[in-house]
Write a protein that binds this ligand. Structure first.
Ligand SMILES: *Cc1c(COP(=O)(O)O)cnc(C)c1O
Length: 390
Protein backbone atom coordinates (compact mmCIF):
# COMPACT_ATOMS: atom_id res chain seq x y z
CA UNK A 1 0.00 0.00 0.00
CA UNK A 2 1.98 3.00 -1.28
CA UNK A 3 -0.18 5.43 0.75
CA UNK A 4 1.31 3.98 3.93
CA UNK A 5 4.81 5.02 2.89
CA UNK A 6 4.72 8.20 4.93
CA UNK A 7 3.52 6.32 8.02
CA UNK A 8 6.45 3.97 7.78
CA UNK A 9 8.99 6.72 7.33
CA UNK A 10 7.58 8.67 10.29
CA UNK A 11 7.70 5.52 12.40
CA UNK A 12 11.32 4.98 11.36
CA UNK A 13 12.13 8.54 12.47
CA UNK A 14 10.51 7.94 15.86
CA UNK A 15 12.51 4.76 16.20
CA UNK A 16 15.76 6.53 15.39
CA UNK A 17 15.08 9.21 18.01
CA UNK A 18 14.38 6.55 20.65
CA UNK A 19 10.78 7.81 20.83
CA UNK A 20 8.76 4.99 19.33
CA UNK A 21 6.10 3.38 21.49
CA UNK A 22 4.72 -0.13 21.33
CA UNK A 23 2.31 -2.31 23.25
CA UNK A 24 3.36 -5.08 25.59
CA UNK A 25 1.12 -7.85 26.80
CA UNK A 26 0.74 -7.56 30.58
CA UNK A 27 -1.30 -9.93 32.69
CA UNK A 28 -3.00 -8.30 35.66
CA UNK A 29 -1.84 -10.12 38.77
CA UNK A 30 -2.95 -9.98 42.39
CA UNK A 31 0.59 -9.22 43.57
CA UNK A 32 3.42 -6.81 42.83
CA UNK A 33 4.56 -9.25 40.14
CA UNK A 34 3.03 -9.80 36.75
CA UNK A 35 3.48 -11.71 33.52
CA UNK A 36 4.89 -9.35 30.91
CA UNK A 37 5.01 -10.84 27.42
CA UNK A 38 4.74 -14.21 29.19
CA UNK A 39 7.59 -13.66 31.66
CA UNK A 40 7.26 -12.96 35.40
CA UNK A 41 8.53 -9.52 36.39
CA UNK A 42 8.26 -7.18 39.35
CA UNK A 43 5.82 -4.52 38.24
CA UNK A 44 6.79 -0.94 39.09
CA UNK A 45 4.53 0.62 36.50
CA UNK A 46 1.06 0.03 37.85
CA UNK A 47 -1.48 2.61 39.00
CA UNK A 48 -3.45 -0.08 40.82
CA UNK A 49 -1.93 1.47 43.95
CA UNK A 50 -3.93 -0.50 46.51
CA UNK A 51 -4.29 -3.72 44.53
CA UNK A 52 -8.07 -3.25 44.50
CA UNK A 53 -8.61 -4.55 40.95
CA UNK A 54 -8.15 -8.03 42.39
CA UNK A 55 -9.51 -7.45 45.92
CA UNK A 56 -11.98 -10.27 46.70
CA UNK A 57 -14.75 -7.89 47.86
CA UNK A 58 -14.42 -5.79 44.71
CA UNK A 59 -14.28 -8.78 42.38
CA UNK A 60 -17.30 -10.33 44.09
CA UNK A 61 -19.35 -7.12 43.69
CA UNK A 62 -18.46 -6.90 39.99
CA UNK A 63 -19.18 -10.58 39.40
CA UNK A 64 -22.58 -10.35 41.08
CA UNK A 65 -23.47 -7.30 38.97
CA UNK A 66 -22.51 -8.97 35.70
CA UNK A 67 -24.57 -12.04 36.64
CA UNK A 68 -27.59 -9.93 37.54
CA UNK A 69 -27.47 -7.21 34.89
CA UNK A 70 -25.31 -8.49 32.04
CA UNK A 71 -22.29 -6.99 30.36
CA UNK A 72 -23.33 -3.62 28.98
CA UNK A 73 -25.34 -0.45 29.67
CA UNK A 74 -27.07 -0.62 26.25
CA UNK A 75 -27.39 3.16 25.77
CA UNK A 76 -26.08 6.56 26.80
CA UNK A 77 -27.09 7.63 30.29
CA UNK A 78 -29.61 10.22 29.10
CA UNK A 79 -31.34 7.60 26.98
CA UNK A 80 -31.78 4.31 28.87
CA UNK A 81 -28.22 3.56 30.05
CA UNK A 82 -28.46 5.16 33.51
CA UNK A 83 -28.18 1.92 35.48
CA UNK A 84 -29.30 2.44 39.12
CA UNK A 85 -25.77 1.49 40.23
CA UNK A 86 -24.69 4.96 39.04
CA UNK A 87 -26.70 6.62 41.82
CA UNK A 88 -25.06 4.49 44.47
CA UNK A 89 -21.56 5.14 43.09
CA UNK A 90 -22.08 8.88 42.66
CA UNK A 91 -23.38 9.17 46.22
CA UNK A 92 -20.27 7.38 47.53
CA UNK A 93 -17.95 9.60 45.50
CA UNK A 94 -19.67 12.78 46.72
CA UNK A 95 -19.40 11.52 50.32
CA UNK A 96 -15.73 10.66 49.94
CA UNK A 97 -15.08 14.08 48.42
CA UNK A 98 -17.25 16.10 50.79
CA UNK A 99 -19.31 17.59 47.95
CA UNK A 100 -23.05 17.90 47.28
CA UNK A 101 -22.95 15.73 44.19
CA UNK A 102 -20.80 13.84 41.71
CA UNK A 103 -21.08 12.71 38.12
CA UNK A 104 -19.42 9.63 36.62
CA UNK A 105 -18.01 9.71 33.08
CA UNK A 106 -16.71 6.85 30.91
CA UNK A 107 -13.09 7.62 31.85
CA UNK A 108 -10.94 10.32 33.42
CA UNK A 109 -9.92 11.43 29.94
CA UNK A 110 -13.57 11.90 29.00
CA UNK A 111 -14.28 13.75 32.27
CA UNK A 112 -11.56 16.32 31.55
CA UNK A 113 -12.28 16.87 27.86
CA UNK A 114 -16.00 17.17 28.62
CA UNK A 115 -15.86 19.37 31.72
CA UNK A 116 -13.22 21.99 30.92
CA UNK A 117 -14.95 23.35 27.78
CA UNK A 118 -18.21 23.60 29.78
CA UNK A 119 -16.56 25.59 32.58
CA UNK A 120 -14.69 28.03 30.34
CA UNK A 121 -15.79 29.31 26.96
CA UNK A 122 -15.33 32.37 24.79
CA UNK A 123 -14.48 35.42 26.87
CA UNK A 124 -13.12 33.31 29.74
CA UNK A 125 -9.56 32.45 30.76
CA UNK A 126 -8.06 29.06 31.63
CA UNK A 127 -4.86 29.01 33.68
CA UNK A 128 -3.19 25.62 33.41
CA UNK A 129 -0.06 24.24 35.12
CA UNK A 130 2.78 23.51 32.67
CA UNK A 131 2.90 19.84 33.69
CA UNK A 132 -0.82 19.09 33.59
CA UNK A 133 -1.99 15.75 32.21
CA UNK A 134 -2.68 15.42 28.47
CA UNK A 135 -6.43 15.06 29.08
CA UNK A 136 -6.47 18.52 30.71
CA UNK A 137 -4.47 19.92 27.80
CA UNK A 138 -6.95 18.40 25.35
CA UNK A 139 -9.88 19.77 27.38
CA UNK A 140 -8.30 23.23 27.16
CA UNK A 141 -7.80 22.82 23.41
CA UNK A 142 -11.48 21.96 22.95
CA UNK A 143 -12.51 25.06 24.87
CA UNK A 144 -13.04 28.43 23.16
CA UNK A 145 -11.48 30.19 26.16
CA UNK A 146 -8.17 32.06 26.21
CA UNK A 147 -5.47 29.77 27.64
CA UNK A 148 -2.37 30.60 29.63
CA UNK A 149 0.16 28.16 31.01
CA UNK A 150 1.78 28.98 34.34
CA UNK A 151 5.16 27.56 35.35
CA UNK A 152 4.90 24.29 37.22
CA UNK A 153 3.50 24.89 40.74
CA UNK A 154 4.65 28.54 40.52
CA UNK A 155 2.03 30.50 42.48
CA UNK A 156 3.78 33.85 41.87
CA UNK A 157 3.56 33.30 38.13
CA UNK A 158 -0.07 32.25 38.53
CA UNK A 159 -0.82 35.39 40.52
CA UNK A 160 0.78 37.67 37.92
CA UNK A 161 -1.41 36.09 35.21
CA UNK A 162 -4.53 36.41 37.37
CA UNK A 163 -3.77 40.07 38.10
CA UNK A 164 -3.82 40.82 34.35
CA UNK A 165 -7.03 38.92 33.75
CA UNK A 166 -9.73 40.90 35.52
CA UNK A 167 -11.33 42.13 32.28
CA UNK A 168 -12.23 38.58 31.31
CA UNK A 169 -15.54 37.06 32.42
CA UNK A 170 -14.57 33.87 34.30
CA UNK A 171 -11.17 32.55 35.37
CA UNK A 172 -10.61 28.79 35.69
CA UNK A 173 -7.43 27.49 37.32
CA UNK A 174 -6.85 23.84 36.51
CA UNK A 175 -4.15 21.62 37.96
CA UNK A 176 -3.23 18.01 38.60
CA UNK A 177 -3.51 17.32 42.36
CA UNK A 178 -0.62 14.86 42.22
CA UNK A 179 1.40 15.27 39.02
CA UNK A 180 1.34 12.00 37.16
CA UNK A 181 4.96 11.99 35.94
CA UNK A 182 6.62 13.91 38.80
CA UNK A 183 4.72 12.67 41.84
CA UNK A 184 4.67 16.11 43.51
CA UNK A 185 1.54 17.71 44.98
CA UNK A 186 0.07 20.99 43.69
CA UNK A 187 0.23 23.90 46.19
CA UNK A 188 -3.55 23.89 46.56
CA UNK A 189 -3.85 26.04 49.73
CA UNK A 190 -2.02 28.88 47.95
CA UNK A 191 -3.98 28.31 44.74
CA UNK A 192 -7.29 28.46 46.64
CA UNK A 193 -6.17 31.70 48.32
CA UNK A 194 -5.39 33.26 44.93
CA UNK A 195 -8.67 32.01 43.48
CA UNK A 196 -10.59 33.74 46.26
CA UNK A 197 -8.61 36.96 45.83
CA UNK A 198 -9.04 37.05 42.04
CA UNK A 199 -12.51 35.55 41.77
CA UNK A 200 -11.46 32.37 39.99
CA UNK A 201 -12.70 28.77 40.04
CA UNK A 202 -10.28 25.95 40.87
CA UNK A 203 -10.49 22.50 39.32
CA UNK A 204 -8.17 19.77 40.57
CA UNK A 205 -7.45 16.45 38.83
CA UNK A 206 -7.14 13.87 41.61
CA UNK A 207 -6.37 10.87 39.39
CA UNK A 208 -3.35 9.84 41.48
CA UNK A 209 -4.58 10.88 44.92
CA UNK A 210 -8.13 9.53 45.27
CA UNK A 211 -7.82 6.51 47.55
CA UNK A 212 -4.25 7.43 48.43
CA UNK A 213 -3.96 10.87 50.08
CA UNK A 214 -5.96 12.30 52.97
CA UNK A 215 -7.15 10.84 56.26
CA UNK A 216 -9.79 8.64 54.58
CA UNK A 217 -8.28 8.50 51.08
CA UNK A 218 -10.43 11.39 49.82
CA UNK A 219 -7.57 12.93 47.83
CA UNK A 220 -5.68 16.23 47.80
CA UNK A 221 -8.54 18.37 49.10
CA UNK A 222 -8.84 16.19 52.19
CA UNK A 223 -5.03 16.05 52.45
CA UNK A 224 -4.88 19.86 52.77
CA UNK A 225 -8.21 20.29 54.61
CA UNK A 226 -9.67 22.43 51.81
CA UNK A 227 -13.23 21.15 51.94
CA UNK A 228 -15.74 24.04 51.74
CA UNK A 229 -13.45 26.07 49.46
CA UNK A 230 -15.54 25.22 46.40
CA UNK A 231 -12.85 23.33 44.49
CA UNK A 232 -14.16 21.19 41.63
CA UNK A 233 -12.69 17.74 42.14
CA UNK A 234 -12.19 15.61 39.07
CA UNK A 235 -10.61 12.16 39.09
CA UNK A 236 -10.60 8.64 37.81
CA UNK A 237 -11.83 5.24 38.96
CA UNK A 238 -9.06 3.52 37.00
CA UNK A 239 -6.11 4.00 39.37
CA UNK A 240 -6.37 3.33 43.13
CA UNK A 241 -10.06 2.41 42.64
CA UNK A 242 -8.88 -0.37 40.33
CA UNK A 243 -11.58 -0.20 37.64
CA UNK A 244 -12.59 2.24 34.94
CA UNK A 245 -14.44 5.55 34.79
CA UNK A 246 -13.93 9.22 35.54
CA UNK A 247 -15.82 11.57 37.82
CA UNK A 248 -16.42 15.21 38.67
CA UNK A 249 -17.48 16.10 42.23
CA UNK A 250 -18.88 19.50 43.19
CA UNK A 251 -22.12 21.39 43.73
CA UNK A 252 -25.51 20.14 42.56
CA UNK A 253 -25.69 23.10 40.16
CA UNK A 254 -22.36 22.12 38.60
CA UNK A 255 -23.42 18.51 38.15
CA UNK A 256 -26.79 19.50 36.63
CA UNK A 257 -24.99 21.81 34.25
CA UNK A 258 -22.56 19.08 33.17
CA UNK A 259 -25.42 16.65 32.53
CA UNK A 260 -26.83 19.25 30.15
CA UNK A 261 -23.64 20.40 28.49
CA UNK A 262 -20.69 17.99 28.67
CA UNK A 263 -20.49 16.37 25.25
CA UNK A 264 -18.28 13.49 26.41
CA UNK A 265 -20.99 12.69 28.97
CA UNK A 266 -23.98 13.02 26.66
CA UNK A 267 -22.79 11.33 23.49
CA UNK A 268 -21.34 8.08 24.79
CA UNK A 269 -22.66 4.83 26.22
CA UNK A 270 -22.88 4.34 29.99
CA UNK A 271 -20.37 2.14 31.81
CA UNK A 272 -21.12 -1.57 32.29
CA UNK A 273 -22.92 -2.49 35.56
CA UNK A 274 -19.98 -4.58 36.78
CA UNK A 275 -17.65 -1.59 36.51
CA UNK A 276 -20.01 0.57 38.58
CA UNK A 277 -20.55 -2.08 41.26
CA UNK A 278 -16.81 -2.79 41.44
CA UNK A 279 -15.98 0.90 41.92
CA UNK A 280 -18.60 1.29 44.67
CA UNK A 281 -17.17 -1.70 46.51
CA UNK A 282 -13.61 -0.39 46.07
CA UNK A 283 -14.54 2.96 47.64
CA UNK A 284 -16.02 1.09 50.62
CA UNK A 285 -12.84 -0.97 50.97
CA UNK A 286 -10.68 2.16 50.88
CA UNK A 287 -12.70 3.92 53.54
CA UNK A 288 -12.82 0.95 55.90
CA UNK A 289 -9.20 -0.24 55.46
CA UNK A 290 -6.75 2.58 56.26
CA UNK A 291 -4.02 -0.06 56.62
CA UNK A 292 -3.95 -0.38 52.81
CA UNK A 293 -2.71 3.20 52.57
CA UNK A 294 -0.26 2.64 55.42
CA UNK A 295 1.13 -0.41 53.62
CA UNK A 296 1.47 1.62 50.40
CA UNK A 297 3.42 4.39 52.12
CA UNK A 298 5.70 2.06 54.05
CA UNK A 299 6.56 0.46 50.69
CA UNK A 300 7.18 3.89 49.17
CA UNK A 301 9.57 4.75 52.00
CA UNK A 302 11.41 1.45 51.67
CA UNK A 303 12.07 1.75 47.94
CA UNK A 304 12.73 5.49 47.97
CA UNK A 305 15.32 5.27 50.77
CA UNK A 306 17.03 2.26 49.19
CA UNK A 307 17.40 4.08 45.85
CA UNK A 308 18.53 7.36 47.41
CA UNK A 309 21.14 5.54 49.53
CA UNK A 310 22.57 4.09 46.33
CA UNK A 311 22.88 7.52 44.77
CA UNK A 312 19.95 7.37 42.34
CA UNK A 313 18.56 10.78 41.39
CA UNK A 314 14.87 10.85 42.21
CA UNK A 315 12.71 13.91 41.80
CA UNK A 316 11.51 15.15 45.23
CA UNK A 317 8.13 13.43 45.10
CA UNK A 318 5.87 13.22 48.18
CA UNK A 319 3.82 10.35 46.83
CA UNK A 320 3.87 6.79 45.49
CA UNK A 321 5.19 8.04 42.13
CA UNK A 322 9.00 8.07 42.15
CA UNK A 323 10.56 9.55 39.00
CA UNK A 324 14.13 8.49 38.27
CA UNK A 325 15.56 11.16 35.97
CA UNK A 326 17.82 9.81 33.21
CA UNK A 327 17.96 12.69 30.69
CA UNK A 328 17.99 11.69 27.02
CA UNK A 329 15.17 9.55 25.63
CA UNK A 330 17.48 6.78 24.36
CA UNK A 331 19.27 6.54 27.74
CA UNK A 332 15.91 6.07 29.49
CA UNK A 333 14.87 3.42 26.95
CA UNK A 334 18.15 1.55 27.35
CA UNK A 335 17.97 1.69 31.16
CA UNK A 336 14.42 0.33 31.07
CA UNK A 337 15.44 -2.51 28.74
CA UNK A 338 18.33 -3.63 30.97
CA UNK A 339 16.13 -3.33 34.03
CA UNK A 340 13.57 -5.54 32.33
CA UNK A 341 16.22 -8.12 31.50
CA UNK A 342 16.76 -8.28 35.28
CA UNK A 343 13.07 -8.99 35.82
CA UNK A 344 11.91 -5.50 36.83
CA UNK A 345 9.47 -3.44 34.78
CA UNK A 346 9.27 0.33 35.12
CA UNK A 347 8.23 2.25 32.01
CA UNK A 348 10.54 4.78 30.35
CA UNK A 349 8.69 8.08 29.99
CA UNK A 350 9.91 10.24 27.15
CA UNK A 351 8.85 13.36 25.23
CA UNK A 352 6.18 14.44 24.47
CA UNK A 353 4.83 13.03 27.75
CA UNK A 354 7.61 14.89 29.62
CA UNK A 355 9.81 17.85 28.56
CA UNK A 356 12.90 17.24 26.38
CA UNK A 357 15.97 16.19 28.40
CA UNK A 358 13.92 14.95 31.37
CA UNK A 359 13.23 11.40 30.18
CA UNK A 360 12.83 9.16 33.16
CA UNK A 361 11.66 5.93 34.59
CA UNK A 362 8.32 6.40 36.25
CA UNK A 363 8.50 4.08 39.21
CA UNK A 364 5.19 3.50 40.95
CA UNK A 365 4.96 1.59 44.18
CA UNK A 366 1.82 -0.33 45.15
CA UNK A 367 0.56 -1.73 48.46
CA UNK A 368 0.80 -5.30 47.10
CA UNK A 369 4.60 -5.24 46.71
CA UNK A 370 6.36 -7.43 49.25
CA UNK A 371 9.60 -6.34 50.90
CA UNK A 372 11.34 -9.01 48.85
CA UNK A 373 9.86 -7.61 45.60
CA UNK A 374 11.27 -4.21 46.43
CA UNK A 375 14.69 -5.51 47.48
CA UNK A 376 14.96 -7.51 44.25
CA UNK A 377 13.93 -4.41 42.32
CA UNK A 378 16.77 -2.38 43.90
CA UNK A 379 19.29 -4.99 42.73
CA UNK A 380 17.84 -4.63 39.23
CA UNK A 381 18.31 -0.86 39.36
CA UNK A 382 21.96 -1.27 40.34
CA UNK A 383 22.57 -3.68 37.46
CA UNK A 384 20.78 -1.43 34.97
CA UNK A 385 22.74 1.58 36.14
CA UNK A 386 26.06 -0.27 35.84
CA UNK A 387 25.18 -1.46 32.32
CA UNK A 388 23.77 1.87 31.06
CA UNK A 389 26.46 4.21 32.40
CA UNK A 390 29.51 1.96 32.22
C1 LIG B 1 -4.72 8.73 34.17
C2 LIG B 1 -5.03 10.17 34.25
C3 LIG B 1 -6.18 10.70 33.65
C4 LIG B 1 -7.06 9.88 32.76
O1 LIG B 1 -7.81 8.97 33.45
P1 LIG B 1 -8.39 7.67 32.70
O2 LIG B 1 -9.49 7.22 33.57
O3 LIG B 1 -7.26 6.71 32.61
O4 LIG B 1 -8.86 8.12 31.35
C5 LIG B 1 -6.46 12.02 33.86
N1 LIG B 1 -5.64 12.81 34.60
C6 LIG B 1 -4.51 12.34 35.16
C7 LIG B 1 -3.65 13.25 35.97
C8 LIG B 1 -4.17 11.01 35.00
O5 LIG B 1 -3.04 10.54 35.52
Amino acid sequence: MPKEHWLKSELAQLNQAGLSRSLRSVMTAPTGRTLLDGREVILLGSNNYLGLSVHPVVVEAAATAVQKYGTGASASRLMSGNCHLYTELETKIAEAKGTEAALVFGSGYLANIGTIPVLAGEGDLILSDALNHASIIDGCRLSQATKQIYRHCDVEHLESLLAQSMKLRHRLIVTDGVFSMDGDIAPLPEICGLAERYDATVMVDDAHSFGVLGETGGGTIEHFGLENRGVIQMGTLSKAIGGLGGYVAGSTALIDFLINRARSFIFTTGLPPATLAGASAAIDVIRSNPELRQRLFSNVLLLKNALLERGFQLLPSQTQILPLILGAADVASRFAEVLLSHGVYAPAIRPPTVPEGTSRLRISVIASHTTEDLETAVEGFEAASAATFR
